[in-house]
Design a protein around this ligand. Structure first.
Ligand SMILES: Cc1cc2nc3c(=O)[nH]c(=O)nc-3n(C[C@H](O)[C@H](O)[C@H](O)COP(=O)(O)O)c2cc1C
Length: 183
């Protein structure tokens, strides 16, 4: 069977972002049955309704093309003020245009979050899920990956926390089946 193709991105632009590191480590931990491509949101401009035509900005066109080509998405979100960041909402808003999210509808998605706080970004994930259900995307629920106290869980870029490593490994393995169910 062909590996499932996953497009992964984090809702943070910070070079030292814990959520970017989660994505990087997920690529390393992914099973052989998964091919993971990482996309950075850095070049996605602020959504502007007058810039949809005649063609959307090139980074948005590229982002949308990659979403469409992927069998599923992996999103790692920071938590900002008990929700997910504008950077991520902005990217999702572009991806949903101009047709109410045709490329997102039915697309499987797995979520992760990391935060220095105890809750590990769980509240951001809950808000994010609500938005993703609008299209509706197929959101995988278990196992949940919320990495709290994130500043103690990496050595450089490498995730060192055994529980987080185990959770992510399980999540990605379960995600392969979740994606294939919808094929
Ligand atoms: C505007 C702002 C609001 C934040 N609000 C929360 C919050 O509600 N809960 C939380 O756990 N951390 C909060 N934080 C801390 C972030 O979790 C922390 O900066 C984290 O490292 C951001 O993710 P990143 O490392 O992927 O960039 C906030 C940070 C910022 C900049």
């Amino acid at each position: 069977m062909d590996p499932v193709k996953i497009l992964a991105f984090a809702g943070s632009l910070r070079a030292g972002s814990f959520n970017r590191k989660l994505i990087l480590n997920s690529q390393r931990l992914a099973p052989e049955s998964m091919e993971m491509e990482i996309f950075a949101l850095d070049d996605i401009p602020l959504y502007h309704g007058d810039r949809e035509e005649p063609e959307m900005p090139a980074p948005v066109v590229d982002f949308k093309r990659r979403i469409e080509a992927a069998d599923g998405l992996l999103i790692a979100t920071p938590e900002y003020n008990f929700s997910f960041p504008g950077v991520l909402k902005n990217a999702i808003d572009w991806a949903s245009r101009p047709d109410g999210g045709r490329i997102l509808a039915g697309k499987p998605v797995a979520l992760q979050s990391a935060s220095p706080g105890w809750a590990g970004g769980l509240r951001a994930q809950l808000h994010l899920r609500q938005v993703l259900h609008f299209f509706p995307m197929r959101v995988q629920f278990f196992p949940e990956v919320c990495v709290g106290q994130a500043h103690h869980k990496f050595d450089g870029d490498t995730l060192t926390d055994p529980l987080a490593i185990e959770n992510i490994t399980k999540q990605l393995t379960v995600f392969v089946d979740f994606v294939r169910q919808g094929r």
